[in-house]
Ligand binder design. Structure first.
Ligand code: NAP
Length: 411
């Protein structure tokens, strides 16, 4: 395979934590690897509970002044941050591709989507209206004011390393809250590039903090972020298992929480369907980000009247449209999975399905490193793992279904 280098201006590739407006080292660091090649991209500060606490304290201190800023001042700063993202969109997209593996056109799409949250919330920041509610008493008025809750801890996954951050942070900052972000171990560089641009945009010290850490330190850092009494809100996107841990942490101090967790989305094709449209929908829904999005369909229930045509056309579309390779290579649509564990999980589901009678029509094998071939399985039943647990990879299992009454959810 050809090798590719990140080739982004050094000021956007930061390797320290960003706490209280300062780039901060930690006692140790951890490697960030290109999942396509295994090459080292950077070594990043491995924050622990002490740095997490430092960031929470900084955010709490900054909250008292940030919430006093006028809506227009907050709006203007978010707008400036958005404009800097747009100015650097190509470099930000390269960072996304190199740390999470998605093809460059998808990464550019993510950066546009990510910047869009800052744009949207810079506009919404100015519309923090209240309400006047008719009072049942002649001598009283009921006024509804919206106020920021305080420090928000933001814990994000690697599959949208930029957009999952701005989606949460844009809203929080617009409302007058301050934040501490813990990005995923695999993808801290997009978060740190956002910090660099926040700094350039003039977001005041302590308002936006980033504490990267390795998987070993994550539970301890997460505990600080979800239990510290100075934190008012936890916003998390990731797996259901982690979400449950964080909910338990947040319970003792009764924090406000927002959880976006995993899924097992079905894709249903009825006998009456336009098969070409169904195939186009299945391709888009299954293979974006090599099957690693929370809205990827996980199991495909296809009624027997259109089953064979659907499978045949799908196999043709997979052959014609999917190309595996480094995300920076033109024409590639399927990057690697985020790491070797992710590829092993897909292989395990394929082996389980085959051992229970499924047929491999396309793919089925791991490539080098964390690559996984786009895989099409038929003869799938609801006993198989791939219909019960989220795959998060390029595996498309087709269940042949009978009449509508037989199309039941698996338990
Ligand atoms: P994950 O393991 O839950 O990781 C998500 C984040 O949580 C990472 O930053 C991770 O850090 C952190 N984390 C893990 N254990 C933690 C702990 N004990 N305390 C604090 N933080 C902890 O999820 P994933 O497998 O990377 O991401 C894929 C999942 O996210 C899928 O289930 C997908 O459906 C879901 N997702 C949902 C949406 C949605 O909108 N609903 C969007 C995207 C993804 P480390 O990286 O250091 O482990």
């Amino acid at each position: 395979r050809r090798t590719y280098s990140l080739d982004v201006s050094p000021e956007l590739v930061r390797n320290q934590a960003y706490i209280d407006g300062r780039w901060t080292s930690a006692a140790a660091d951890f490697p960030v690897l290109d999942p396509a090649s295994g090459a080292l991209i950077a070594r990043v500060a491995d924050c622990g509970p002490a740095e997490a606490k430092q960031a929470v304290d900084a955010a709490y201190k900054a909250f008292h002044t940030w919430k006093q800023q006028t809506a227009k001042e907050r709006s203007d700063l978010l707008r400036r941050w958005y404009e800097l993202m747009v100015k650097h969109k190509d470099e930000l997209a390269r960072i996304v591709t190199f740390e999470c593996g998605k093809p460059l056109p998808e990464a550019l799409g993510e950066v546009g989507y990510s910047a869009g949250f800052l744009e949207w919330y810079s506009e919404e920041a100015r519309r923090c209206y209240g309400d006047v509610v008719p009072s049942p008493f002649r001598d009283r008025k009921i006024l509804l004011l919206k106020q920021p809750v305080g420090v928000a801890s933001i814990i994000t996954p690697w599959n949208f390393p930029s957009a999952m951050i701005t989606r949460k942070v844009g809203a929080a900052l617009a409302a007058g809250c301050t934040v501490v972000v813990k990005p995923a171990e695999d993808t801290p560089l997009s978060a740190l590039a956002l910090a660099q641009l926040a700094d350039q945009a003039g977001i005041p010290a302590g308002v936006f903090n980033v504490v990267p850490c390795s998987r070993e330190k994550t539970p301890a850092v997460g505990e600080v972020l979800c239990t510290d009494p100075l934190v008012a809100k936890v916003s998390f996107t990731g797996s259901t298992a982690t979400g449950k841990i964080l909910l338990r942490h947040a319970a003792d101090t009764v924090k406000k929480v927002s959880m976006e967790l995993g899924g097992n989305a079905p894709f249903i094709v009825f006998n009456s369907a336009d098969v070409d449209k169904a195939v186009a929908g299945a391709m888009g829904s299954k293979f974006r980000n090599t099957g690693q999005t929370c809205v990827c369909s996980n199991r495909f229930l296809v009624q027997s009247g259109v089953h064979d045509a659907f499978v045949e056309k799908l196999a043709v579309a997979m052959d014609a449209q999917l190309r595996m390779g480094h995300g920076a290579e033109p024409g590639v649509t399927q990057g690697p999975l985020i790491n070797a564990r992710a590829a092993e999980k897909v292989v395990h589901q394929v082996e389980d399905a085959v051992s229970r009678g499924a047929r491999v029509l396309r793919g089925g094998k791991r490539g080098e490193g964390s690559y996984m071939e786009p895989t099409l399985l038929t003869g799938v039943t609801t006993e198989m793992l791939c219909t019960k647990e989220e795959t998060f990879g390029p595996l498309l299992p087709v269940i042949r279904s009978g009449p509508i009454t037989a199309l039941q959810e698996s338990p």
